[in-house]
Design a protein around this ligand. Sequence first.
Ligand SMILES: Nc1ncnc2c1ncn2[C@@H]1O[C@H](COP(=O)(O)OP(=O)(O)OP(=O)(O)O)[C@@H](O)[C@H]1O
Ligand SMILES: [Mg+2]
Length: 248
Amino acid sequence: MQTIAFYNLKGGVGKTATAVNVAWHAARWKHRTLLWDLDPQGAASFYLGVSGEKSYKAGSLVKGKQPVGRLRVPSRYPLLDVIPADISLRNMDLKLAEPGAGRGSLKRLLEPLGENTRLVMLDCPPTLSPVAESIFAAADCLVVPVIPTHLSLRALEQVRQWLDDKGFKHLKVLPFFNMVDRRRLLHVEMLVKPPAAMRGGLKTWVPYSTHVEQMGEHCAPVGEFAPHTPAARAFQSLWFELAERLKL
Ligand SMILES: Nc1ncnc2c1ncn2[C@@H]1O[C@H](COP(=O)(O)OP(=O)(O)OP(=O)(O)O)[C@@H](O)[C@H]1O
Ligand SMILES: [Mg+2]
């Protein structure tokens, strides 16, 4: 089992859109995949048309009183299950900060899933809180969407610095450019000569596309309702590149 976290300290950069599209591709390529919507806003669950019939308490999850596997809900796509967001996740920071919880909590919760899951994908909230620390301890890699702007790159450097300071050296950090608009000079410049913050990242970039915005209307991944579009092709390439990098 490998755990991929879609993460950025910065909000609104495309973590959820990417997690949903990549998870859908992984399942199409016959990897049994579980997408855990860790953001109490619940956007990933919404995009996949899944709601949490079984509400849960983040506190009892963290304490190991509620097995996480019971929360998985099948999506309408074969091999793709979801753990929908729950409003109690907004307390997860507090629960993870309690004595005895520790940064390994999420990793311990995920371990039993290894029996029947090939890939766990975590759609993360934009934070550097104890939840983020627990995510970093659980993940094998971070896929980081970055809009080609100086502020986005700065957020990525802050994440890298923080990972170094906290000793998360095992983590592969895989940034990629999202919402690329080739009419903008800065975007083109950054594509041609990627700034140092993008080191080790993915070559695939995802264009700014109304089809990604339409995911909310269709409650589906782009590849499902607009398969022959540049955005759908970009997400497919992103999946292939990721699969190669992670030797899936
Ligand atoms: N490539 C893209 N082209 C156009 N719009 C995009 C693209 N990627 C994401 N978006 C849009 O940008 C907005 C934010 O995307 P998304 O919710 O995936 O970001 P996020 O990083 O998960 O945000 P948050 O930090 O709030 O969780 C959404 O309205 C989404 O439709
Ligand atoms: Mg999100």
